[in-house]
Design a binder for this molecule. Sequence first.
Ligand SMILES: [Zn+2]
Ligand SMILES: [Zn+2]
Length: 340
Amino acid sequence: MKALSLEAPLQWRRLDIPAPAMPGPGEALVRVDTVGICGTDLSGYLGKMPFFSYPRIPGHELGVEVVAVGSGVTQVAPGDRCAVEPYINCQQCYACRRGHTNCCEKHQTLGVHCDGGLRPQFLVPARKLHISRQLSYEQLALVETLAIGCHAVNRSGLQAHESCLIIGAGPIGLATLEFVKLTGAKTIVLDMHPGRLEFCRRVMGVTQTLQPSSQLEQELRDLTDGHLPDVVIDATGNNQSMSNAFGLITHAGRLVFVGITTDIVQFKHPQFHRPEGTLLCSRNALSADFTRIIRLIEEGRLDTGPWITHRTRFDELIEVFPLFTRPETGVIKAVVEVGA
Ligand SMILES: [Zn+2]
Ligand SMILES: [Zn+2]
């Protein structure tokens, strides 16, 4: 069975691996149809992802078909199309026992901490499969990306009468935008690339977009009745942007970090204490987020149309992959057809 592995940063390798065993109790054997490529995979390739270990078969955004199930599995059956929740949790630690399965103390993301979906078949805990009878495999492969944004907006507690600034209009920022829009809150997007802001206005229906400038605070006040945003969600993963964001919330506002940096983030304490700010991090997503997103797409309330900009075949991925690391290629989401 063919598989694609990152042996080390910048170093892909084609592997021949044995076919998986039949599923044990609670497991399912799945056939991988479609894999989404995301920032984590690009950072893993570039050697910039702190949680990524090598060698590794990447792939955590997955549209799969169930091939076989082990004993005790009743929620899925052979032939079912599913999205995979790639966050493997221990079910026993203090976080898991309190329902915080997204930040399990022994958390492993498929394709990051353990092998993922760039292979024709693999075994997965059946409880991590989310069925849809309507969605295509490509749509199912998008659910995980969307879940990152969904969880970040849930963390913020954003309400319809409030305003929200999203910093960074890459894939995580766009996923966040989908769920900010669903709250009905006033939405502002900030990014340094005019092309990305143009995409937000033309395709995502955003009316207020800003580029970084020395006037930023005043521009934000102008857009929020003289206040600043109730919620700021930073999806850049850039420590400068994240440090600046402490000064952009209104009184009693919330700041959410959904991007990750390995650098130091710093702020002057009075600046964040005076408005009694709340800082929240958002990591991964919960099972309920996957269920909700599948339903939203099925009901036509969430349009996946604009998302996929590039498609590639499994056989040609290694050759085209470096292209996806360059923002000027206009890639939002590339998907790999692993196929039958
Ligand atoms: Zn992802
Ligand atoms: Zn746990």
